[in-house]
Design a protein around this ligand. Sequence first.
Ligand code: ZN
Ligand code: ZN
Length: 67
Amino acid sequence: MTAKVRCRNMNHGRSNVLIRHCTDCGETLNATVRNSCNEQLHAERRKHRNLFCHDCGKSLTTSTRPK
Ligand SMILES: [Zn+2]
Ligand SMILES: [Zn+2]
């Protein structure tokens, strides 16, 4: 038995996911999806309380935080 906590994002249970990465855990959901993203999109997604960018899988909570 593994103690791994299952991500609550419901995209994990889907067979046809339209995003590349999970926005809650950053795991790759559909590697065939390719979308471009940039820092501006990252900032917008951060406002939507996404933890990860669903295009590149980058963590939005710890990236480019000004000191
Ligand atoms: Zn997830
Ligand atoms: Zn991104």
